[in-house]
Design a protein around this ligand. Structure first.
Ligand code: GLU
Length: 307
């Protein structure tokens, strides 16, 4: 990538695909987004960056936050504890499916990128109460983005809290099976705030650079996440990060990535770039339709694939 102008041309091309997608509205507040939006920041590990589209526009992380809560919980509890409660296998099912929880014995969510697994992970964040757990999570995210202003979108969090009946069902099922403990309403409160953490493409790409550098802060050189934990997170991103289109994405793009129903995509090109994309029109699997096209174009042009 040589210039913002070059990137802008790719964004214009990819944007044409937005019309075939649809903005998510099962969380009512997300339905207000403009399906034509498409923005990207590519943050290079040498601290230079490229932008295109409305890259300052904030969006909520939704499922992208699952990677960050997983990193924190692995740091809090260690692998053995976490993987007693959550598995390591892709599902091929929709992100909010309850089906496998009931059929697998012993019952545990297949991985931390689906809702059941992510709820179990959020339940493991250390802290004496909800406030302390939330503070620890948001401080971790702020450190990764090097931005103390990052917080959550109250309207989106409330909108999801009021409508998250399926997520409540997953929690009650897991509580019955001793995967989660404590009060389900408090967990849904924490999880909906986590999913509503709001930032722009630049912040997300900057977090991506920390992952591209295996846990080091690109500015200060400080270690923010242990290397083996970054490796676990990136592996889950490859195997389960793009919903039940993760296999196709691995072939077409070939880098660790996680998407969210807000239309965000968080991608990591090891040792090279962190990438943040926002394009709220989604395809039928729940991935940003224009965002995927944009990543495909970039991957072809700049030989991203790690495979
Ligand atoms: N907050 C959303 C939910 O739990 C996240 C889903 C997603 O982005 O995949 O339904």
């Amino acid at each position: 990538m040589q210039s913002n102008k070059e990137l802008q041309l790719l964004v214009e091309k990819a944007k044409r695909f937005s019309k075939d997608g649809k903005v998510a509205d099962y969380i009512p507040a997300l339905g207000k987004e403009d399906g034509n939006d498409l923005a990207i920041t590519i943050y290079k590990t040498d601290n230079s960056y490229f932008h295109a589209g409305n890259f300052e526009k904030k969006f909520t992380l939704q499922s992208i936050s699952k990677v960050l809560s997983l990193a924190l919980v692995l740091m809090d509890r260690g692998e053995d504890y976490v993987f007693q409660k959550v598995g390591m296998e892709p599902t091929g099912d929709p992100f909010n499916s309850i089906a496998k929880l009931e059929t697998l014995k012993p019952s545990k969510p297949l991985n931390p990128m689906i809702n059941a697994g992510a709820l179990a992970v959020t339940n493991m964040i250390k802290g004496k109460d909800l406030t302390e757990k939330w503070e620890r999570l948001i401080q971790f995210v702020r450190a990764l983005a090097n931005d103390q202003q990052i917080t959550y979108n109250e309207e989106v969090a409330r909108s999801e809290f009021e409508t998250a009946h399926l997520n409540r069902a997953l929690c009650f099922f897991m509580k019955q099976n001793n995967i989660i403990e404590g009060d389900v309403e408090s967990l849904i409160d924490l999880y909906t705030k986590q999913c509503a953490i709001e930032m722009n493409c630049y912040d997300l790409a900057r977090i991506g650079a920390v992952f591209a550098l295996n846990g080091f802060d690109p500015d200060s050189g400080e270690r923010l996440i242990p290397e083996h934990i970054v490796r676990i997170c990136k592996t889950f991103m490859v195997t389960c990060g793009m919903y039940n289109a993760s296999g196709e994405f691995a072939i077409k793009v070939g880098v660790p990535a996680k998407s969210g129903v807000s239309g965000g995509i968080f991608a990591v090109v090891p040792n090279r770039y962190g990438i943040g994309i926002f394009g709220p029109a989604l395809d039928e699997k729940g991935n940003s339709i224009a965002g995927l096209k944009l990543l495909e174009m970039l991957a072809n042009e700049f030989e991203f694939s790690i495979f």
